[in-house]
Design a protein around this ligand. Structure first.
Ligand code: FAD
Length: 450
């Protein structure tokens, strides 16, 4: 049985009990930190319960449906008595202070102090106001991504319009067409789905009407028998069902509370669209799973994100020790090796006199080592990239053989330097110092991350 009586003070509060929140909770528990997991639905992994179809995305669980996997995750968390799980609960007010961390007001009136907060609230389908006006009664014939997924296996074959051109829309079009529906797929842009899906779509000869690059309908109006669709391009049309599959956005509820709390504390609040950002970590705020705006949302990536968030929380709560800088200062954003004004003779160029022998060049280079500890672990050169090595590689690459084009030399230098351990990006500039009597000529290049 889950522990449902929260202590008033914990190390970590997690809002959202999907795969990301559950994964973070399990890791935090193993790291010996106290955790409250707050889920607004009456069960953990609630969003997975409508996903009853077999899927192959989760390694080790081929053909398994996500509803079953979600139940397994929930059972695992509920078996860990030390994790306090609050089901059917949410927070309706948050406060933040540098000294105390996060203060959560729960919707049952209880309060809770947490030194850190993880947002794992997932995302929700986009429901444009034009198609789902506020206050309009829901109609089963006009669906979003979630309601279509919940009923698509049992939908009686008929005329169905899908609005959207991404993976979700194209995959549903193929699924429904294969079940005998007359599918119209309508996208405002070119197909944005993965190539394999688009190829399958374009190979279909019947049951599918494709409308790429078409302005969206101006009006959808659903009744008991079907949905009337009005558009400038296609006039008035009638479908049995319409599904709006225009993408997803971060579930805003907890983000908005965080934004309000930070604004009251005088800290720049997260901006919309909500995304995970490194600047949140010094506030003891961490983000995991789909709500982080990650590139490839899936159960597996959400589980991984939960682990990363748990380790980031641990690093925040357990600094390296006395004399170490605070978590906010422990890492800089980027460390760069600069080599400036390195001059030597190189065999370079296509002009006749350039082929006669080396000419003087100057190389300026920046090597991006990415985020590094502000205070280095120790003085051991083995832990850092030795700049003598960078200098030697530049000279070696420029003098080893004759190179006709400066551009080719830049390419060779970038390739060699990018292979060095820990190098995230290279900027390099090569200057021919004496090519003309009245000027120098240089070309620069940039590769990797900057
Ligand atoms: C139609 C569809 C089909 C999919 N098919 C697959 C598939 O085949 N394979 C696959 O790997 N992935 C699939 N996915 C993606 C997968 O479901 C998600 O990537 C995954 O569930 C993300 O996990 P999460 O924990 O980040 O978010 P979620 O699973 O969305 O969990 C977020 C949780 O937070 C709770 N919550 C939100 N706001 C609050 C709040 N304010 N207070 C308290 N609780 C809150 C929600 O109730 C929810 O339980 C599919 C998704 C959809 C929509």
């Amino acid at each position: 049985m889950p522990n449902t009586m929260p202590s008033s003070k914990v190390d970590v509060a997690i809002i959202g009990g999907g795969p990301a929140g559950c994964s973070a909770a399990s890791w935090l528990h193993q790291l010996g930190l106290s955790v409250v997991l707050i889920e607004r639905e009456p069960q953990l992994c609630a969003a997975l319960q409508t996903l009853q179809f077999g899927q192959d995305w989760v390694l080790g669980a081929p053909g398994q449906n996500l509803a079953t996997l979600g139940q397994q995750y929930a059972r695992h968390i509920e078996s860990l008595a030390a994790i306090q799980v609050l089901l059917g609960r949410s927070s309706n007010h948050l406060d933040w202070s540098a000294a105390e961390g996060w203060r959560l007001q729960l919707d049952d009136g209880r309060g809770l102090n947490a030194r850190t907060l993880i947002l794992a609230t997932g995302q929700k389908p986009l429901r444009p106001e034009a198609f789902f006006p506020t206050g309009a009664a829901p109609n089963a014939r006009l669906m979003d991504a979630l309601s279509l997924t919940a009923c698509r296996e049992h939908l009686p074959a008929g005329r169905i319009l899908l609005l959207g051109g991404g993976d979700n829309a194209v995959e549903n079009a193929l699924f429904l067409q294969a079940r005998g529906h007359q599918v119209t797929l309508w996208s405002r842009s070119d197909w944005r789905a993965q190539q394999g899906l688009v190829e399958r779509l374009q190979a279909q000869t019947s049951g599918l009407s494709l409308r790429p690059r078409s302005a969206m309908p101006s009006r959808l109006s659903a009744d008991d028998q079907g949905v009337s669709v009005q558009s400038q391009q296609f006039g008035a049309e009638r479908f049995d069902h319409v599904a709006v599959l225009l993408g997803f956005e971060a579930e805003p509820s907890a983000w908005l509370l965080v934004g309000d709390a930070l604004q009251r504390a005088g800290v720049t609040a997260p901006s919309h669209p909500f995304r995970d950002e490194p600047r949140f970590a010094p506030l003891g705020l961490f983000v995991a799973g789909d709500t982080s705006g990650r590139q490839h949302p899936s159960v597996q990536t959400a589980l991984g994100d939960g682990v990363v968030a748990a380790k980031a929380v641990e690093a925040f709560l357990r600094p390296l020790g006395e004399g170490q800088p605070s978590p906010a200062l422990r890492r800089n954003n980027r460390q760069i090796i600069h080599i400036s004004g390195l001059r030597f003779g190189a065999n370079l160029g296509v002009l006749d006199f350039e082929r006669e022998g080396p000419q003087p060049i100057q190389v300026d280079a920046e090597v991006n080592l990415g985020a590094q500890m502000v205070v280095s672990r120790d003085a051991d050169i083995g832990h850092v990239l030795d700049y003598r090595r960078v200098r030697a590689i530049i000279i070696d690459e420029c003098t080893a053989e004759h190179t006709d084009l400066l551009e080719a030399l830049l390419g060779k230098l970038c390739t060699r330097l990018m292979k060095l351990p820990g190098v995230a990006g290279v900027r390099i500039k090569v200057t021919k110092l004496e090519i003309f009597p009245d000027c120098q000529v240089a070309i620069s290049a940039e590769c990797g991350q900057w």
